[in-house]
Every structure is written in C-alpha cells, then in structure tokens.
Design a protein around this ligand. Structure first.
Ligand SMILES: [Zn+2]
Length: 315
C-alpha cells in the first residue's frame, strides 16, 4: 500500500462508532468499533473521534488521502450543525482531526444511502428510497444517484410524517408519526405497554401468535404502507430499500407491507421492496466514499466489489 492510497472512514452513532481504512479500490484494510463517550459531553465525543481517526491513520502506510465522517443530526459537508443526541452545535469538520488532511462530513442516514446507492442494493439505480428501520426511522432519498438533503438539510425525516392524524404523541412533539408505530423500538414498546410486560423486543412481537402482538404488528405494517404509498406517489422510486434491525424480520415485514402498498396504489404499480445489502457497514463505507470525495477522487466507488455483513444488525 503506497502513501495516500487509503482514507479514514468513520460512522459515528449514539452508542458506538465504526471506523475503518478503505483503499482506492474499496478494500477495507482495517475496521474497528469503539463506544461513543456520549455521557462525557459533546467535546469528549469530538476528542474521541479525533483520537480514533489518528489511531486508524497510524495503522496505514503513510498519510491518509482524506477523512470521511458520517454523523447524526443536521449536517453539511463542512460542519456538524446540530445534533441533539451528541450535544453538538456548529462543530466544523476540521475540529474532528488534528491531521492535515481534507475532511468531509455527511448525514448518517444519507451517507448509508450513498453507500447503498454506489455499492449496495441500489447500485445502478437512479432514484430510490433507502429506509433503515431501527430505534428510529429516517430515510435517504436517492435522487439521480445522490442522497437529497433538501433546502435546509432536513429531507428524509419520513419517520415523522403523520400517518394516523389522531394518533399517539411522538417524542418529537407531533402526533401519529410513522416512527411512533413502526420503529423497532416502538413495536417493542407498544406491545410491552399493552401486554403489561417489560422490555419485549420487536423481533419477539413479529414472531408471536399473541393477539396483542398481531395487533401491534398490524398497526406497524399499516403505518409503513401508508408512508410508503405517499413516498411512492410523490417521488416515483424505482425500488424501496428497507434496512436496519427491523428488516431482519424478512418476509414477516416485507410480505405484508408489499401487499398493503399494492392495495393502496390504485393507478400505478408499487415499486419493489428489497432488503439493504450493506448492513451495519453502510455508514462506514459511505464515509469512505466521502473521504475519497474530500481527497478529490469523487469517481471512486462504482467499480468496487465490497465484502459486506461482517456482523449482525441490532435493532
Ligand atoms: Zn415524530
């Protein structure tokens, strides 16, 4: 490996960070997961990221060509503008590393969507929705091959579209949001509350014959099909790529949502629903693409053959 033939890529989540070194041919030369020290405050997280980047870079041969970071919240290429769960406000990209290399930031879900678009389930497709369903729900709108951020960076918050107007209040303050009914966390929470139990996980609800579980899952499916019908009618995606922990349910999720989506659409065909391909690596691989863009190599990615699914998803 010669100098400058790799980038440092980091996917920063609320509980853990996945980092790696990715070569200009898409080889993941090294990957490592570390906890996100969120409890220690916003500056501690920035410092931990900087250390992580330096440690990863130090394992490479020579200096990295660039650094790509996928981070939550409101994000531009040059700044982490606002992230409630990490306490960040206007943290410039340059604050995340002491190395003298170009850095590019991306929104976590959109960066995962960029990876699915370039390397994964959406490879070769111009327009689609990437929808990871985990603790929360947010989507990456891939339009003409690129994730679309909207006028102010808030595009993709499909989890907070109202699906049941008089429904339950969401943590965001609105009522009847998709996420309140259909995120993995919500499915587990809603079943636990109705059944008078504690700590039941979504995957237990999906596979249960209990009438309460069937009802809760049916409401989740209904909420998803409503939101996906709206998305389909607005943006005409070629496919809908479902990912995140809940997509691990496989046919128990895909089949009923597909059936209801088809029923909801009267005058047009429903787009195929397909599973995401990159699993937990999507954010890190997308960050690598950003790192190469920062390094002035935006053409890299489409020809890469990547190994995926190095570890199971968790919801
Ligand atoms: Zn909401």
């Amino acid at each position: 490996m010669s100098a400058n033939s790799f980038v440092v890529a980091l996917d920063v989540g609320g509980t853990s960070m996945k980092g790696g070194l990715v070569s200009d041919s898409g080889a993941v030369l090294l990957s490592e997961r570390r906890p996100t020290p969120r409890a220690d405050g916003p500056d501690a997280v920035v410092a931990a990221i900087s250390t992580f980047i330096s440690d990863l870079a130090g394992s490479g041969d020579g200096a990295p060509a660039g650094v790509g970071l996928a981070v939550p919240g409101l994000v531009s290429e040059h700044s982490a503008i606002y992230a409630t769960n990490l306490g960040w406000r206007d943290v410039p990209a340059t604050a995340f590393t002491t190395l003298d290399v170009p850095v590019m930031l991306g929104h976590d879900v959109r960066t995962g969507g960029l990876a699915e678009s370039t390397l994964g389930a959406g490879r070769g497709l111009s327009d689609f929705l990437f929808l990871p369903i985990g603790t929360g729900i947010a989507g990456a709108l891939i339009i003409r091959g690129e994730p679309y951020g909207g006028s102010s960076g808030w595009a993709g918050e499909i989890g907070h579209t109202p699906v049941f107007p008089d429904g339950e209040q969401c943590a965001c303050g609105q009522f009847g949001c998709l996420e309140t009914y259909a995120s993995a966390a919500s499915v587990g929470r809603r079943y636990s509350q109705r059944a008078g139990l504690e700590g039941i996980r979504a995957e237990q609800v999906v596979s249960s014959d209990d009438p309460i579980a069937i009802e809760v899952w049916d409401e989740a499916v209904e909420a998803l099909s409503l939101a996906l019908a709206t998305y389909t009618l607005l943006l005409d995606p070629s496919v809908i790529v479902l990912g995140g922990g809940l997509a691990e349910a496989g046919p128990a999720l895909f089949d009923p949502v597909r059936t209801r989506l088809v029923k909801r659409l009267a005058f047009r065909e429903a787009p195929p629903l397909i599973p995401a391909a990159l699993g937990v690596d999507a954010g890190m691989l997308g960050a690598a693409l950003l790192g190469w863009r920062a390094a002035g190599r935006p053409e890299l990615g489409p020809g890469w053959a990547v190994d995926v699914r190095s570890e199971p998803l968790v919801s």
